[in-house]
Design a protein around this ligand. Structure first.
Ligand code: ZN
Ligand code: ZN
Length: 347
């Protein structure tokens, strides 16, 4: 079973038990009773995910509309590049969450992945929403073209594209595990230099609407990362034959390579921006990589970066990293719910 191509889970299979016998390649009827699931604590994860529900147009972008033209040219350029990058991560993630769900033979995993996919769809929408608030359609389109054309961005995304597509072609347990490794990198590391850029603007009182939106996305990604770590560990323990030294080396190699590419990308896009220290950023990237490895039950590979070296970012991130504190109530940052679509309906 383990080396073979997995079949998509049946939608309803009444001869099978309701409580799943395995996450991938197991048996389940397709009927979900949250009080009788194979990994009972996943219900809490589901509840936390659903509890984070938000929509893009709840965030008031009007101060950002005024401020965007006042940013330096370099800040505007980085803003557009980073939104372009983020869209290349949330787009594939919407579908990968669905694909994982299609092969999962545990209905609790199917439901959790459905919520994650929905949130990734909202993240995608939010990029269109913020861009439509601050730049012309021509510039919006240009920003979304970067993921197809910018050589550094393409290089940075090459491995994840390869692995995600490999899973489409060959849905084996091994490829599911490798896809979960890249999903973990995506949810827990690839986004974060981009997030840091927006928080750095916010701490200088710039583009606070965008940054509020980014905090919502960030909060979701942290939950996704946490679940993916759990799913990875559970899948690996159900398939001990995959838990080889070669595979562990594969994970560490791909983490190291991803960290190097991330540092290269962040230097390219953030170099010279006021308030950004690239050395600190590279430490932050390594810190995030360590954190994801720990969540996956593996060891840290950057022992000098077990603490977050980017102290200022804690005010924006650490408050909702780990517990369900309402970050927005604690901080004095602007957050106004509005039904005003800021021209988004012009899309
Ligand atoms: Zn996302
Ligand atoms: Zn996510």
């Amino acid at each position: 079973m383990s080396k073979g191509i997995l079949e998509k889970a049946k939608t309803l299979d009444p001869l099978n038990p309701n409580k799943s016998t395995g996450i991938f390649g197991g048996k389940s009827s397709g009927i979900l009773n949250w009080n009788d699931i194979a990994y009972p604590h996943w219900y809490k994860m589901y509840k936390r995910l659903v509890g984070n529900y938000w929509q893009a147009d709840e965030v008031n972008m009007s101060p950002d509309v005024k401020q965007f033209p006042e940013l330096t040219e370099q800040e505007r350029d980085a803003y557009l590049k980073i939104i372009g990058l983020l869209s290349t991560l949330d787009g594939p993630q919407t579908r990968t969450a669905l694909l994982i769900s299609l092969y999962a033979t545990d209905p609790s995993v199917q439901s959790i992945m459905a919520v994650i996919a929905q949130q990734e769809a909202v993240h995608n929408e939010s990029y269109s929403y913020v861009l439509s608030s601050v730049v012309s359609l021509g510039e919006q389109n240009e920003s979304f073209e970067l993921g197809r054309k910018d050589p550094i961005l393409l290089k940075r995304n090459e491995n994840i594209i390869k692995q995600y597509n490999e899973f489409v072609e060959n849905p084996t347990i091994s490829n599911i595990l490798k896809t979960l490794v890249y999903t973990s990198l995506l949810e827990g590391m690839f986004f974060y230099s981009g997030f840091a850029f927006f928080y750095n603007l916010a701490r200088r009182n710039k583009m606070v609407g965008t940054s509020t939106m980014i905090s919502y996305i960030n909060r979701d990604e942290l939950e996704h990362g946490r679940f993916i770590g759990e799913l990875f560990r559970a899948t690996l323990s159900e398939h001990p034959e995959e838990n080889t030294p070669e595979f562990t080396d594969w994970v560490y190699d791909h983490f190291r390579e991803s960290v190097d590419l991330e540092i290269e990308w962040s230097s390219y896009v953030l170099e010279g921006l006021e308030g950004i220290d690239l050395e600190e950023m590279s430490g932050y990237i390594k810190y995030r990589a360590n954190k994801m490895l720990r969540m996956m039950g593996l060891s840290e590979i950057y022992p000098e970066h077990v603490e977050n070296p980017m102290k200022w970012i804690r005010a924006y991130v650490d408050n909702f990293d780990g517990t369900k504190t309402d970050f927005f109530e604690q901080k004095s940052r602007q957050y106004t719910k509005t039904s005003d679509l800021n021209g988004f309906d012009d899309l």
